[in-house]
Design a protein around this ligand. Structure first.
Ligand SMILES: Cc1ncc(C[n+]2csc(CCOP(=O)(O)OP(=O)(O)O)c2C)c(N)n1
Length: 360
C-alpha cells in the first residue's frame, strides 16, 4: 500500500519520476501503455494551451475573469486519469486538466469564465458537479454524493478537489470527518499550489504537511509530488480502488505550484519572489513528461510544436464561438441559481424586470 509507505506520518513524498523525466522507481510505474501516457500528456498540453489563450483573451478585455492552471496539470490530469466512467468529479475551480480528462468541453469552461451560466451545464454522461468558488463548500457535497452511491448500492467513487487554503475552512474538516465515519467512497485531493491568493502555505497552517490532517480523521493519506503525472495517477488509482472495495476515503496532498496568477485580477509579484517561481519552472510537469516521452521514442519536439499550435488555434476557435453566442444575461443569475426561484430572489428579479422596463 502506497499510503503505508508514504503515509502522513512517514514524512516522505511519493515520486516516480524526477524533474528531468527520469524514472526513479521502475517497480512503481503504473501498468499503462506508452500510448496511454501520451494521451495524458496531450491533455496536459491542451490544458496549458487553453490557459494561455484564456489569459490573452482576458487581457484583450474579451474574457470576464480566469483562474489559471499552469504548473498544476499533472495533479489534475494524473488524478482524473485514474477515474472510471461512472465516477463523480466534484471540483473547486482550478482543475481544468481534470475536467477536460472527464469529457467536459472547453466551450463549457470558457462559457463559465465568460460569465455565462450555461458553462455549468454538462452533458448527462459527464458526472461532474458545477464549478464551486465558495472555498471548500464542495467537499460536503462530495461526501453526500459518495454516501448516496453507497446507499444506492452503486460502486462509483467520488473524487473531490480543494486548494491548500481550503484546508483551513471548517467544511474541510467536517467533510473528512463525515467521510470517515460513514466510510464514504470519496477521494479528497488537495492541490497544494503553495498559495491561497497572497497567503503562503506557511501562513495557512502550523501543520508540517496538509495531508497529516487525514490522521485526525482516521483515514489514510498520502503526500504526492503533484508535478509527477505517474505518481498522481498511481496514488489516486490506489485510493479509488480502496474506496470501491468499500474501505472508505483517502486524502491526497498533491504538492505543486501555481506558476501563474491566482486569477486575472491578481498580481503575484506583490507577494512572491521571481527566484521562487523560477525554481518551480524547473519542476514543470509538462516539461518532464515531454522529456520522458521523447526519451521513449514515442514523441518528438516537432510533433510537440505542431500540437501546441493546433491546440492554440482550437482554443481560439472555441472562444470565438462563445463570444458569438454566449453573451451573459443578468436574468440568468436569478433563473439558474435554484431549481425554483425562492421568494426573496423572485422579489429582486421583479425589481430588475421593472428597472429594465423603465430604462427601455
Ligand atoms: C468561503 C470563501 N471565502 C473566501 C473566498 C475568496 N477566495 C477566492 S479564491 C481564495 C483562495 C483559495 O485558495 P486555495 O484554496 O489555496 O485554492 P487556489 O486558489 O490556490 O487554487 C479565496 C480566499 C471564497 N471564494 N470563498
Amino acid at each position: 500500500m502506497l499510503t503505508e509507505q508514504y503515509g502522513p506520518l512517514q514524512k516522505k513524498m511519493f515520486q516516480i519520476m524526477d524533474e528531468t523525466g527520469a524514472i526513479l522507481s521502475p517497480d512503481l510505474v503504473p501498468d499503462r501503455s506508452e500510448e496511454e501516457w501520451l494521451q495524458s500528456y496531450k491533455l496536459m498540453l491542451k490544458t496549458r494551451s487553453a490557459d494561455n489563450k484564456a489569459l490573452q483573451l482576458q487581457r484583450q478585455g474579451r474574457m470576464l475573469t480566469y483562474a489559471p492552471n499552469t504548473g498544476q496539470e499533472a495533479a489534475q490530469v494524473g488524478s482524473a486519469a485514474a477515474m472510471e466512467k461512472g465516477d463523480w468529479l466534484v471540483p473547486a475551480f482550478r482543475e481544468l486538466g481534470a475536467w477536460l480528462s472527464r469529457g467536459v468541453d472547453l466551450e463549457r469552461v470558457y462559457l463559465y469564465w465568460y460569465g455565462n451560466e450555461l458553462g455549468s451545464q454538462f452533458p448527462e454522461d459527464v458526472r461532474m458537479l458545477p464549478i464551486s468558488v465558495p472555498i471548500a463548500s464542495q467537499l460536503q457535497h462530495a461526501v453526500g454524493v459518495a454516501m448516496a452511491s453507497n446507499i444506492k448500492g452503486e460502486s462509483d467513487v467520488t473524487v473531490a478537489y480543494v486548494g491548500d487554503g481550503g484546508t483551513s475552512i471548517g467544511d474541510f474538516s467536517e467533510a473528512l470527518n463525515f467521510a470517515g465515519v460513514f466510510n464514504a467512497p470519496v477521494v479528497f485531493i488537495i492541490q497544494n499550489n503553495q498559495y491561497a491568493i497572497s497567503v503562503s502555505r506557511q501562513k495557512q497552517t502550523k501543520a508540517e504537511t496538509l495531508v497529516q490532517k487525514a490522521v485526525a480523521a482516521g483515514i489514510p493519506g498520502i503526500l504526492v509530488d503533484g508535478n509527477d503525472l505517474m505518481a498522481m495517477y498511481a496514488a489516486t488509482k490506489e485510493a479509488i480502488e480502496r474506496a470501491r472495495r468499500g474501505e472508505g476515503p483517502t486524502l491526497i496532498e498533491a504538492y505543486t505550484y501555481r506558476l501563474g496568477a491566482h486569477t486575472t485580477s491578481d498580481d503575484p509579484t506583490k507577494y512572491r519572489e521571481d527566484e521562487e517561481v523560477e525554481t518551480w519552472r524547473d519542476k514543470d510537469p509538462v516539461k518532464r513528461m515531454k522529456a520522458y516521452l521523447i526519451g521513449k521514442g514515442v514523441w518528438s519536439e516537432e510533433e510537440d510544436a505542431k500540437l501546441i499550435e493546433e491546440y492554440d488555434e482550437e482554443a481560439l476557435e472555441v472562444f470565438r464561438k462563445v463570444e458569438a453566442s454566449g453573451e451573459t444575461k443578468l436574468e440568468d443569475i436569478f433563473k439558474y441559481h435554484f431549481r425554483e426561484m425562492p421568494p426573496h430572489l423572485q422579489e429582486q428579479y421583479e425589481e430588475y424586470v421593472q428597472y429594465l422596463e423603465e430604462v427601455e
